[in-house]
Design a binder for this molecule. Structure first.
Ligand SMILES: O=C(O)CCC(=O)C(=O)O
Ligand SMILES: [Fe+2]
Length: 242
């Protein structure tokens, strides 16, 4: 799977055996990779003498409403692999015969259950009231003009910086960066790294693991010193794997 996907997948994988019974159907869903979820899946079909009337076709969709763009008949020994992302829509048509599959799940090195535990601990008992007062006017102005989803994520990034022990000025910079507001002043290397890492963990916590976004973060922090305060999070978000 590493070779096929070109992704840094962790050593361990999970295998589950699944069985659908006559009348079962799996509606369209994406299995988007939330914090700690797997990034790739290989579905092995184990249905001897499968025929079209048995149903159970795995269908892929471009959108939750559209027509199937690709179909996989669940023939014996056929395996189908796919990457999970917010739009990896798929479903299984109704079956008229029992249908067996073995599903292999693979995790990306930068979205592991260990990272999930770390981030959930970082944001445990989250209250925006713990943020420094200096942020209040900036957050109020942002909330008046930006979508709630954006300010909520920016507030979450600010919490990360605050809990990592950064001062009010850094917390404000982080909020502005994550809300897409112009902070305009230039930062020292540690603030630059902290703000970006906070933005990333807030996104992971509030949204899901986004490969392209992770690639950008990697590029931005490449070759930088791993500052002590950020190290536990940095190590899990940007592990060395080669
Ligand atoms: O059974 C299948 O063919 C696919 C089931 C499914 O939704 C999945 O593995 O994510
Ligand atoms: Fe699925």
């Amino acid at each position: 799977m590493r070779e096929i996907t070109g992704l840094p997948l962790v050593e361990r994988f999970m295998v589950t055996a699944q069985r659908m019974l006559p009348g079962h159907v799996i509606g369209i869903h994406s299995d988007r990779p939330f914090l700690g979820y797997e990034i790739a899946r290989l579905v092995l079909q184990l249905n001897k003498h499968w025929q079209a009337e048995h149903g159970g076709v795995l269908e892929l969709f471009a959108s939750p409403e559209g027509e199937a763009v690709f179909k996989v008949n669940p023939e014996h020994n056929k395996a189908f692999g796919f990457l999970l992302h917010p739009k990896s829509y798929h479903g299984v048509t109704e079956v008229t015969q029992p249908r067996q599959t073995v599903v292999f799940n693979f995790w990306h090195v930068a979205n592991t259950p260990e990272l999930e535990a770390h981030i959930k601990a970082l944001f445990a008992n989250l209250h925006f009231s713990e943020l420094p007062a200096a942020l209040d006017p900036i957050a109020s102005a942002a909330e008046a003009s930006l979508p709630e989803e954006v300010t909520f994520r920016a507030g979450t990034a600010a919490i990360a910086l605050h809990r990592w022990g950064y001062d009010a000025a850094t917390v404000v910079s982080g909020y502005q960066y994550s809300a897409g507001l112009d902070g305009s002043e230039s930062h020292d290397a540690e603030t630059y790294a902290a703000v970006r890492l906070a933005d990333w963990v807030a996104y992971l916590y509030r949204d899901s693991f986004d490969l392209a976004r992770w690639g950008v973060l990697r590029g931005e922090l490449a070759g930088m010193e791993r500052f002590t305060r950020l190290l536990p999070t940095w190590r899990l978000c940007l592990p060395e794997w080669e």
